[in-house]
Design a protein around this ligand. Structure first.
Ligand code: UDP
Ligand code: MG
Length: 310
């Protein structure tokens, strides 16, 4: 019998775990011919998440958990889950039931039909016009800048064959942008759609600063285009400056020396200063990535694994 691991990264999810656990049970009971394993990754929760997981583990042999030493973020949490997943296939889903568990049935069907990466695309997106617009703009930008196709609105709710899991866990970079990695690894992909429910309980764990970081990571880890942008801007501005210089020289010959023009001088200097700072910032983004990766630290540390003793 094939084993399917359901990986659930959890950060302060005590309120939703009971509902999730119950719904997962309902779905997995309706599926024959497969064994399931629920692998919870406790990502440094400060509430009773870990205690809840311990209780489930006591009464249910399918439950396993990994307790990370602190909060490492969802991307790293998923990596930890994949590292320890035993399944022939892995399903990654959020704890808050925004990913409907009954989609699992359909995902497994497609896996059986030979697809290695069955991913889901969210049809609706909660949020204001502003969040929707920025997210559309962001995906458009990323797509323009990267070679790999990034699927907008495709979240982390997906089924991955063992091949994909092994590929993803072999990529040990710390500043992970898993969305880009899914498309980088390739393999046979199948798209499903789902409508996202509201979080059943608790609050979203994302802060604006984390979102900005993820967005910047998304661009800088898969694209060197920003580095090129700064050199292109530099060349264009130098050319313009050169043309102006020629004009000024010609003017001196025709009209004699001039003293006016402090304003334009100031604007020019400020403008150039700004461009230089932007370019430095872009280089800094990449440099900091190199810095983080060359330290070669483990991506996460584990405090406790549920099945350490067996
Ligand atoms: N999560 C995590 N570590 C974090 C933040 C979030 O493991 O630092 C988990 C969280 O418990 C949930 C999933 O990632 O299972 C998605 O988080 P959330 O629902 O808060 O994000 P949203 O749905 O708002 O994008
Ligand atoms: Mg959510």
């Amino acid at each position: 019998m094939k084993l399917i691991t359901i990986i659930i990264p959890c950060y302060n999810e005590e309120d939703v775990l009971p509902a999730l656990y119950q719904q997962l049970n309902e779905v997995t009971q309706s599926i024959d011919n497969y064994k399931f394993e629920y692998l919870f990754v406790n990502d440094g929760s400060k509430d009773m998440t870990l205690d809840t997981l311990r209780v489930y583990k006591e009464q249910d042999a399918r439950v396993r958990y990994i307790d990370l030493s602190r909060n490492f973020g969802k991307e790293i949490g998923m990596l930890a889950g994949m590292d320890y997943a035993a399944g022939d296939a892995v399903i990654v889903m959020d704890a808050d039931l925004q990913h409907p568990p009954n989609k699992i049935i359909e995902m497994i069907d497609w896996w059986e039909k030979g697809y290695d990466d069955v991913y889901t695309v969210r049809l609706n997106r909660e949020g204001s016009f502003l969040t929707k617009a920025t997210s559309t703009l962001y995906y458009w930008l990323v797509q323009k800048m990267t070679e790999e196709k990034v699927y907008p609105n495709s979240g982390d709710f997906r089924l991955l064959d063992r091949k994909c899991v092994d590929a993803l866990t072999s990529m040990r970079e710390i500043e992970r942008y898993t969305k880009g990695m899914y498309s980088w690894i390739g393999f046979k992909k199948k798209e499903l759609t789902y409508t996202e429910e509201k979080r059943v309980a608790g609050e979203t764990k994302w802060q604006l600063s984390q979102l900005v970081k993820l967005a910047v990571d998304g661009i800088t880890s898969y694209s060197t285009v920003p580095l090129r942008i700064s050199s292109i801007i530099g060349i264009v501005i130098s050319l313009i400056a050169f043309v102006f210089l020629l004009i000024e020289i010609i003017k001196i010959f025709i009209q004699g020396p001039q003293v006016a023009g402090y304003g334009t001088l100031l604007v020019g200097i400020l403008f150039m200063g700004g461009i230089q700072l932007i370019s430095l910032g872009i280089i800094g983004e990449y440099l900091s990535r190199i810095f983080v990766e060359t330290k070669d630290r483990p991506p996460y540390l584990i405090n406790e694994i549920s099945d350490e003793d067996d």
